[in-house]
Design a protein. Structure first.
Length: 429
């Protein structure tokens, strides 16, 4: 038994912030108690099992969709052990891992390795995705039924867009028969091939290969046309441009089972942050205009975009310390997700229940996971944080093996104080 007292409880389902306490028993939230609870009953509330939260925020743990853990083939970039440590330090209680590893997670055996290794090496929960096609090559779909039975929560080829529409259509039909979730990467692959930044004046001034945001709209509209034909459950992993939002809105209004996500980098950064070819800001899709960034924030506020994720993509120094065109795409985000998203809270653009609805409740619901809620019976996966704590991000202090964060040296506000998984403390500052 554990009692977390004197906290501001964030309930993303009810959309509330209220002072109160949380009683935890057997790994689950047993009861939500009022702030003025009488703690003198030592039989009910033993002194050794009380934690005073000091009036800080207590929220459901983050469920982060799209985390890349580089075991077994690229352990020098990130291992399950270091990813788990980074997740716990960032308030992430469930990592939904991507299949774009070496080898690809495209068989029950490779999926079982991810589950077993994650359980052995981390204190947070692991929910693995599997690839949609074998080796993410876009030619032959995986044994989806076996992988789903083995525990795959979704199927995705990551940023390898399936160009053969017939293959994708067949995979969606099969996924529909299983009730499986297909995750797409909305991008027209020919237009976006080799692009390093978003097209426009900035790209021209820097002389960098670029792609129009319309490539994202074209990719999404193709996927949504197939969703309409197959009735599959579909999630767009990253929407980053305003041009793609009308198609997403139409699909939702038509009643299709469609959701969409956005990465923290596209919510808080824009194309000008690339500056003088700073490769830590090279992500996929590339950072967009400020108008696009604002449109993404508004889409999260309205609920059009359902999920915020870190899109944690570790890259080593050798792959980032290259000319911008040649440098690898991606940024680590497990530890920076919460303080970065709190920028939107401090600027008054999004409130905390809305943010945790997008980071905890919605991803858990979309993947059928038992979490993301602040109510009796829910798993005691919780994060205690100080939303106002200021600090300067130093990438060398990150627990991830790779240190490729675009927030290095930036002033940020918001610190994780404690993280709990099934009622057990897995991180304390």
């Amino acid at each position: 038994m554990l009692l977390l007292t004197n906290a501001i409880l964030i309930d993303p389902e009810r959309g509330t912030e209220e002072h109160g306490s949380v009683l935890i028993k057997d790994g689950r939230i047993n009861e939500i108690l009022p702030q003025d609870i009488d703690l003198s009953d030592k039989k009910r509330f033993p002194a050794g099992n009380l934690v005073d939260c000091g009036g800080k925020y207590l929220a459901p743990g983050i469920v982060d969709i799209g985390v890349k853990v580089c075991e077994p083939g690229e352990r020098h970039k990130e291992s399950f052990r270091t990813a788990g440590q980074a997740a716990a330090a960032g308030g992430v209680t469930t990592m939904v891992t991507r299949p774009d590893t070496i080898p690809t997670v495209d068989t029950p055996e490779t999926l079982e390795f991810a589950k077993r290794r994650g359980a052995e090496m981390t204190d947070v929960r692991i929910a693995p995705m599997a690839s949609l096609t074998k080796a993410r090559a876009g030619r032959e779909m995986v044994e989806m039924g076996f992988l789903r039975d083995a525990g795959a929560v979704a199927f995705s080829d990551g940023d390898n867009v399936v160009t053969d529409t017939k293959v994708l259509s067949r995979a969606m039909v099969y996924a529909r028969s299983l009730g499986a979730l297909v995750m797409g990467h909305p991008q027209e692959p020919v237009l976006s091939d080799g692009a390093a930044v978003t097209s426009g004046k900035f790209a021209s001034l820097r002389g960098l290969p670029s792609v129009s945001p319309l490539a994202e709209r074209m990719g999404l509209e193709r996927d949504l046309a197939l969703v309409e034909a197959t009735k599959v459950r579909y999630h767009a992993d990253q929407i980053s441009s305003a041009a793609a939002l009308p198609a997403l809105s139409r699909a939702k209004e038509a009643g299709h089972d469609v959701t969409a996500g956005v990465s923290i980098h596209h919510l808080t950064l824009n194309e000008l942050d690339v500056g003088d070819y700073r490769t830590f800001f090279k992500v996929k899709p590339p950072l967009r205009s400020e108008d696009d960034r604002v449109a993404m924030v508004e889409a999260v506020a309205s609920g059009l975009i359902d999920i915020i994720c870190s899109m944690h993509t570790p890259q080593d120094e050798e792959s980032k310390r290259l000319p911008y065109e040649q440098a690898a795409s991606g940024a680590v985000g497990l530890e920076t997700l919460l303080p970065a998203v709190l920028r939107l809270y401090h600027s008054g653009q999004l409130d905390l229940p809305t943010l945790f609805r997008a980071m905890s409740l919605n991803p858990a619901k979309r993947l059928g996971l038992d979490g993301g809620r602040m109510e009796a019976g829910a798993p005691a996966d919780l994060v205690l944080f100080d939303a106002g704590a200021p600090f300067v991000m130093d990438r060398e202090t990150l627990k991830s093996k790779s240190k490729n964060t675009p927030f290095d040296g930036q002033r940020m506000q918001g610190r994780v104080l404690r993280t709990y998984v099934a009622g057990h403390e897995v991180y304390a500052r």
